[in-house]
Design a protein around this ligand. Structure first.
Ligand SMILES: *[C@@H]1O[C@H](CO)[C@@H](O)[C@H](O)[C@H]1NC(C)=O
Ligand SMILES: *[C@@H]1O[C@H](CO)[C@@H](O)[C@H](O)[C@H]1NC(C)=O
Ligand SMILES: *[C@@H]1O[C@H](CO)[C@@H](O)[C@H](O)[C@H]1NC(C)=O
Ligand SMILES: *[C@@H]1O[C@H](CO)[C@@H](O)[C@H](O)[C@H]1NC(C)=O
Ligand SMILES: *[C@@H]1O[C@H](CO)[C@@H](O)[C@H](O)[C@H]1NC(C)=O
Ligand SMILES: *[C@@H]1O[C@H](CO)[C@@H](O)[C@H](O)[C@H]1NC(C)=O
Ligand SMILES: *[C@@H]1O[C@H](CO)[C@@H](O)[C@H](O)[C@H]1NC(C)=O
Ligand SMILES: *[C@@H]1O[C@H](CO)[C@@H](O)[C@H](O)[C@H]1NC(C)=O
Ligand SMILES: *[C@@H]1O[C@H](CO)[C@@H](O)[C@H](O)[C@H]1NC(C)=O
Ligand SMILES: *[C@@H]1O[C@H](CO)[C@@H](O)[C@H](O)[C@H]1NC(C)=O
Ligand SMILES: *[C@@H]1O[C@H](CO)[C@@H](O)[C@H](O)[C@H]1NC(C)=O
Ligand SMILES: *[C@@H]1O[C@H](CO)[C@@H](O)[C@H](O)[C@H]1NC(C)=O
Length: 750
């Protein structure tokens, strides 16, 4: 009975609350705040379905405290204290009426697009702000000094745009002429000005030093000038800092002095991509007893790691890659094993000059990532590595390691996903039916010799890899058909420089894929799916069939296509309109015939075009005039005829190598060829050219070295795929130099 009454009372209370709520919809939101929000909404445009558009739309919803992203101190007093409009695809202007929200403590406009407009000055009048997040919102211009009025601020994030680190910041990115306003924010704990331009601010360190409560300092890629260390900036070095990220700036080693203060709380320190110009890693870092993450990647450091690192008992990640560090690996390992051996999860010392052999690392109980590639390491890889069951990454490539790798090296590595042993002197000897404990994502075994030389059967157990490099592995075998049946999409496959036989199946490719099957004995037609790749090198095989497979792909993403030295036959298809991104095309040494199709003129990006050693006839299509980036043009050993076109000289100003040798070109050399001021090799030999050599050509031809019968011109093609894979291509051109007094004969001259 008592219980029932109680319940009734509760029910009554709820009904009253609900009624109250319905009968007075205005409760909770001050009219002034509501008007301010409506004005804000007015100035902003959003995408479809943007929640801002619903603000105040329904007549009964006048309580702005209930609008999405709006929060009030309490639903009774109705002051807006928090405005969370992050990631709403907002554009447009921020109304100055925003400052009417005088109780606002939290303002988040991040991940919107304000079109590089200046951060409004009036934000400085929101004097109660504690959080201000304007990150990734495409603000630009100078940081308003008025921010100095926000004396309650604890969190300031102006981290500017740039979805990727690689893209240069826009012209009008956020910048500052001074940071005089910064010391006013004496309660600031988090400061992030990443990607802003602070190149003018010599005294940035002094300004930062004046913030006694600062815990997180993030100034990534701010063009920070080297700090000038004065007694002042040392004296006030803040003890509060926990997380410091000053990567990708122009700092010099003076910053070490500042850091050598008393930063005992520092947990995270990133100084990567600066220029410490040959300094060594300061011993003082060993005093940062809380340090868990240290990155000094790509910063021109020399020497080894200081002994004081033996005191870093909480170190989890140590990233020293891409420097000029030297010394014995065993010394590094010994120092770190003193204290960090239980905590260290990631060690990257790749791309340095570290030598010695690989010590036993099994004491490093937490180690997941071990990156040692591109050093001078030698000797054998200890079998004990197979016991390190937490390992996910083994990066040992590009050293001088030797010996035999067997199953034992991997016996407990069930978490391994990245394996690089490329470019050592290793022999991989696994039993025929080996079932590895791991599923790899990246397999880099370039120039590791497989023993026996049959196709590695264990690859059949790997279902996740997107990167496979087994080039130059001494494999002499027919590729099994299961190899082409992938469930995953490949990004990189390099099986070149083996003696693999058989045909190519339909594989699954990312549209950024790079595929190198060159220098094998592969045969049969080329599956059209391959032309979906971004880089495709099938050269030096026995592929046959017609080149028409190319036309089955519309709007190809190919940047490099090399089909040279195969048995591809037929007429060249006329679908080059679909290859706008092609930079490198080599169809040389095949059985192509007929006329060169006119759409070849649509290869607007082409730099290297080789059609040599085929049976092309007729004249050069004048549409090639549009390929103005062409630097290497090789048509040697065909049956092309007519006169040498004048436009070769007039329209292709970048030509460095032009080879028309061994064709049926006749008439005289057009004087327009003298416009080819960048020409290094001009080979017109073995044609039917008559008349005199234009005098001006002598001036150009002098550029070619006399006496050398051949030379190599290096052209590097760096193909930056999403996975950053670099393919370098070298151009070779032979040159026949007949001495200074060139006489025109029917066949040979240069
Ligand atoms: C205001 O009311 C909303 C919904 O009615 C509720 O979710 C919110 O917690 C309330 N806020 C405060 C501060 O009481
Ligand atoms: C601001 O909003 C973004 C996007 O919703 C969110 O990721 C971020 O954490 C917010 N910032 C703060 C300081 O709460
Ligand atoms: C600043 O904002 C960016 C983007 O939202 C975020 O990645 C970063 O962690 C923020 N910085 C801090 C100190 O919270
Ligand atoms: C804000 O700061 C500027 C100078 O930076 C100052 O002139 C102005 O009076 C301040 N406004 C308020 C409201 O404190
Ligand atoms: C900093 O604060 C002082 C007073 O505390 C004020 O006089 C000065 O204008 C402020 N500076 C800026 C740039 O806001
Ligand atoms: C950075 O700012 C400096 C001076 O403020 C200016 O000279 C420089 O051009 C700016 N750089 C960029 C990329 O905006
Ligand atoms: C040190 O910082 C405090 C603020 O934390 C400031 O008041 C003081 O002037 C600074 N001292 C020097 C010498 O810069
Ligand atoms: C770093 O640069 C500053 C400013 O140019 C200079 O005063 C200082 O001597 C430099 N420090 C070193 C170690 O080169
Ligand atoms: C780097 O160091 C070398 C000698 O160690 C010195 O000659 C050079 O000026 C330094 N460069 C910079 C930018 O400090
Ligand atoms: C490390 O700290 C100790 C004790 O505070 C001090 O004596 C020593 O000089 C410091 N070492 C370095 C390299 O700063
Ligand atoms: C080319 O790349 C785009 C993405 O950049 C992709 O959508 C398209 O499908 C690719 N084309 C082909 C033929 O794979
Ligand atoms: C080739 O260039 C000429 C002039 O430079 C232009 O008129 C013509 O449209 C271009 N051809 C193609 C296929 O774009």
């Amino acid at each position: 009975m008592v219980e029932a009454r109680c319940c009734f009372k509760l029910l009554y209370a709820i009904v009253v609350v609900v009624l109250l709520h319905m009968s007075s919809p205005c409760i909770g939101c001050s009219e002034r705040d509501r008007q301010a929000l409506l004005a804000l909404k007015q100035g902003l445009v959003g995408d479809d379905g943007d929640r801002l558009l619903s603000w105040g739309r329904e007549a009964q919803n006048k309580n702005c405290c209930q609008w999405e992203g709006v929060y009030c101190s309490s639903n009774q007093t109705g002051h807006v204290v928090k405005l969370d409009l992050g990631d709403q695809s907002l554009q447009g202007k921020i109304s100055p009426k925003l400052v009417h929200l005088q109780h606002l403590e939290y303002l988040n406009l991040s991940f919107n697009n304000f079109g590089w407009s200046k951060i409004p000055d009036f934000i400085g009048s929101l004097s109660n702000l504690i959080y201000l997040d304007l990150s990734y919102a495409n603000f630009g211009g100078q940081i308003p000094n008025q921010l100095g009025n926000l004396t309650h601020l604890q969190y300031l994030n102006l981290s500017s745009t740039s979805s990727s680190d690689i893209r240069p910041p826009p012209v009008n990115s956020i910048h500052a002429k001074n940071l005089n306003w910064l010391p006013n924010l004496s309660g600031l704990k988090h400061l992030d000005l990443s990607y802003t331009n602070l190149s003018d601010i010599v005294g940035w360190l002094e300004a930062v030093n004046m913030l006694p409560k600062l815990t997180n300092l993030i100034l990534w890629r701010c063009k920070l000038p080297p700090p000038i260390i004065s007694s002042v900036s040392l004296m006030n070095s803040s003890n509060s800092l926990v997380h410091v990220d000053l990567g990708l700036n122009n700092l010099n080693s003076s910053i070490f002095q500042w850091l050598s203060g008393t930063h005992t709380n520092l947990v995270y320190l990133d100084l990567s991509y600066n220029n410490f110009n040959g300094s060594s890693i300061p011993a003082s870092f060993g005093n940062m007893s809380s340090l868990a993450h240290l990155s000094l990647y790509d910063s021109q450091l020399e020497g080894g790691i200081p002994n004081s690192f033996a005191k870093l008992c909480r170190l989890r990640e140590l990233d020293l890659g891409v420097n000029s560090l030297s010394g014995q690996l065993s010394d590094f390992v010994e120092t770190l094993s003193k204290c960090a051996q239980k905590t260290l999860e990631s060690l990257d010392i790749s791309f340095n000059n570290i030598s010695g052999s690989l010590p036993d690392l099994t004491n490093f109980l937490s180690l997941k990532h071990l990156l040692l590639q591109d050093n001078n390491l030698s000797g054998r890889i200890p079998k004990s590595i197979g016991q390190m069951s937490k390992l996910e990454t083994i990066g040992f490539g590009w050293n001088s390691l030797e010996g035999v790798i067997s199953e034992t090296h991997f016996s407990k590595l069930s978490k391994l996903s990245y394996l690089s042993l490329s470019s050592n002197s290793l022999l991989l000897n696994f039993s025929f039916d080996w079932i590895p404990p791991f599923q790899l994502q990246r397999i880099q075994l370039m120039s590791c010799k497989m023993w026996p030389s049959s196709f590695p059967k264990w690859l059949q157990t790997q279902k996740n890899y997107i990167w496979l490099d087994i080039s130059d592995a001494g494999i002499s075998d027919t590729i099994p058909s299961w190899f082409w049946d992938l469930s995953q999409k490949l990004e990189i496959m390099d099986i070149s420089h083996n003696q693999m036989r058989g045909t190519v199946g339909n594989i699954r490719l990312e549209f950024t894929a790079g595929l190198n099957l060159s220098w094998n004995q592969l045969e049969g037609p080329i599956p059209s799916i391959l032309s979906k790749a971004s880089v495709l090198d099938l050269s030096h095989n026995n592929f046959s069939g017609a080149a028409s497979f190319l036309c089955e792909t519309k709007d190809s993403n190919l940047t490099l296509l090399d089909l040279s030295s195969n048995h591809v036959s037929g007429e060249l298809p006329d679908c080059w309109i679909h290859f706008k991104k092609l930079v490198f095309l080599d169809l040389g040494n095949n059985y192509l015939f007929g006329k060169i199709p006119t759409t070849i003129g649509h290869l607007f990006s082409i730099k290297t075009l080789r059609l040599s050693n085929n049976r092309f006839v007729g004249e050069l299509p004048s549409q090639l005039k549009n390929c103005t980036k062409l630097t290497l043009f090789d048509l040697g050993e065909n049956n092309l005829s007519c006169s040498i076109p004048e436009w070769l000289g007039a329209s292709l100003p970048n030509l460095g190598i032009l080879i028309l040798r061994g064709n049926q070109f006749y008439r005289s050399i057009p004087p327009q060829l003298c416009h080819l001021t960048r020409i290094q090799i001009l080979d017109l030999s073995m044609n039917n050219i008559s008349g005199t050599i234009p005098k001006c050509l002598n001036n150009l031809i002098v550029l070619a070295q006399k006496g050398n019968s051949s030379r190599i011109i290096q052209h590097s093609y760096t193909v930056q795929l999403e996975v950053s894979y670099t393919l370098d291509y070298e151009e070779e051109a032979s040159l026949t130099w007949k001495g200074a007094d060139i006489s025109i004969s029917d066949d040979e001259f240069l």
